[in-house]
Design a protein around this ligand. Structure first.
Ligand code: 5AD
Ligand code: SF4
Length: 439
């Protein structure tokens, strides 16, 4: 028997792609190894979005060198955004790799792995039509499944490596998206997250993202329908209305702000102003008062002055996000910003701004989480809480994590992963709600 293992870096899209790769390999007779030491094939699914992510991948691959020497037949494959983005230049840094394969070429993986004639192989041809609609991902056990409904991104934000890794936008036909979601639910996954780099630009003929979401919301047995990540530039009023009509759709929007200065937003080519972003949040909260809004923020973009940075803080103060991923700008090869804009914010200034936005966000998160104390939330149970097995872990409809005690003993036996518990929130940190199950 031939054994494989997959190591995944990067975003949820990559997690979903690794499930697709696992499906392709198992259809070809491969069996999952418990870890890299027992594998005949190691697939490293990579990310190129930030320098740190790329460095970690290169570090991991270098750490495989002794394993490679110890197991002469071992094949190492680098998949995903990094080889697609950097091509043969990556091979110069990684001499031990047998195959570099881009996100449009996964169907060919078994055939390429079986062929040792070229060393290394490069399978980096782009295929604008590839959506893998007919393939079944192999998902880990649990209550939650990813369904990729589109691939690629046409937006060309000036800092962003994604279009280099993932190419042009293409949407899964709506019928295939509905079928994939139905199949996931039928095989026991009660929560589904629809994925796309800018998922709100989904389109198939007349059907836009709001229409697709509405069609999916009616699937019997589905308890929570989520999507990542919308783009503030194409989040429609209709979409908010669809969310309002269907409580099965999570009360959560991950809306990447990136920056609060209009000058920087223009230089990033984000396609909205700070005022438009703030209005959008206000409209979302008017339509769905219980919604949580999370975001991504970059500090230290080329040309970001103290004044520009102060605008980011100002928008954060106005919106008060439920949580945020915060990053210091790093130039990515080939992007407009790397080629044409000087990376002129000194590293210590970037770090200082980053620490300050992290501290500010911690304060806002704590405030937003504590505001839930005293309310009763419907929590979709995922299983025992890590570290405290007498408690359960789950997510509220707005995606906040909740840890709770299951109540009386006989009730505790009743509640299982995939079911919804009514939980009274009694305490909160900036990342987790705590509470007690109520009847
Ligand atoms: N530098 C810093 N952060 C970046 N991101 C994307 N590209 C860069 C970059 N060059 C951040 C953005 C994006 C998130 C996934 O990563 O905030 O939303
Ligand atoms: Fe995901 Fe972008 Fe990283 Fe690719 S480069 S794994 S699309 S975050």
């Amino acid at each position: 028997m031939r054994h494989y293992c997959i190591e995944t870096y990067g975003c949820q899209m990559n997690v979903a792609d690794s499930e697709l790769i696992a499906g392709i390999l198992e259809d070809d007779g491969w069996v999952r190894a418990t870890d890299a030491h027992g594998a005949d094939l190691i697939v490293v699914n990579t990310c190129s979005v930030r320098e740190r992510a790329a460095d970690r991948v290169v570090g991991y691959l270098r750490s495989l060198a002794p394993l490679r020497r110890a197991r002469p037949g071992l094949r190492i494959v680098v998949a995903g955004c990094l080889p697609q983005h950097l091509g043969e230049r990556l091979a110069e840094r990684l001499p031990d790799v047998d195959l570099f394969i881009g996100p449009d070429a996964y169907r060919r993986l078994p055939e390429l792995v079986a062929d040792p004639s070229r060393d290394p192989h490069f399978a980096l041809a782009r295929d604008r039509g590839e959506t893998y609609e007919d393939l079944s991902p192999l998902r880990a056990d649990g209550i939650h499944a990813y369904v990729s409904i589109m691939r690629g991104c046409d937006r060309a934000c000036t800092y962003c490596a994604v279009p280099f890794g993932r190419g042009r936008e293409r949407s899964l036909p709506a019928e295939a998206a509905i079928r994939a979601t139905r199949e996931a639910v039928e095989s026991g996954f009660v929560a589904v997250t629809l994925l796309g780099q800018a998922v709100t630009s989904y389109r198939e003929g007349e059907r836009d993202f709001a229409a697709l979401l509405e069609a999916l919301a009616g699937i019997p047995g589905l308890c929570s329908l989520r999507f990542l990540a919308p783009h503030p530039g194409d989040l429609s009023v209709r979409l908010l209305e669809v969310m309002r009509r269907h409580p099965v759709i999570a009360r959560h929007l991950h809306l990447p702000l990136q920056a609060g200065s209009d000058r920087i937003l223009t230089a990033m080519r984000r396609g909205y102003t700070a005022a438009e972003f703030v209005d959008l949040v206000a409209r979302a909260r008017r339509t769905l008062p219980e919604i949580s809004i999370t975001t991504d923020i970059i500090v230290g973009f080329p040309g970001e002055s103290d004044e520009d940075y102060a605008r980011t803080v100002e928008v954060m103060e106005t919106v008060r996000f439920d949580s945020a991923f915060t990053f210091a700008y790093s130039p990515r090869e080939g992007t407009h910003a790397q080629r044409f804009l000087a990376d002129d914010v000194p590293p210590e200034v970037k770090q200082h701004r980053l620490s300050a936005v992290i501290t500010l966000q911690e304060r806002h998160s704590l405030e937003r989480y504590q505001a839930r104390i005293g309310t009763t939330q419907e929590v979709l149970v995922e299983g025992p809480a890590r570290g405290t097995p007498d408690r359960l872990f789950g997510r509220c409809s707005d995606m906040k994590a909740a840890v709770f005690s299951p109540g009386e003993a006989e009730e505790a036996e009743e509640i299982r992963a995939g079911e919804i518990a009514r939980v009274e929130i009694t305490a909160a940190s900036s990342h987790t709600l705590k509470g007690v199950r109520r009847r």
